[in-house]
Design a protein around this ligand. Sequence first.
Ligand SMILES: [Zn+2]
Ligand SMILES: [Zn+2]
Length: 101
Amino acid sequence: MGTWNRYFCRKCPYETFVSVGNDVGMAAATSTVRCYDCKEIKDVVTTEEPWLAMDKGWVPTEFYCDKSKAHRTELWNHPRKCPKCDRSMIVDKDFSPVMWD
Ligand SMILES: [Zn+2]
Ligand SMILES: [Zn+2]
């Protein structure tokens, strides 16, 4: 079961809908990453063997931007910075998470 949350930037109009941290669905597991080349926060597939990701100690090591494998990405963890202006982004508490699975 995965959920999306809405995050927005305090300083610029950027907003994004992503799952939070590592998410495991039926067909794949995703993680939220920041791509420095696209300047976007996005969910990317980290494994198509989601049972691997059920393991608590599992950390995704192979993930790529969906635009290009050459893009520089990193897991989007605290502090959650805006990819456009590098300010902190905040979660929209009034937004009800969307079930995607
Ligand atoms: Zn921003
Ligand atoms: Zn990219």
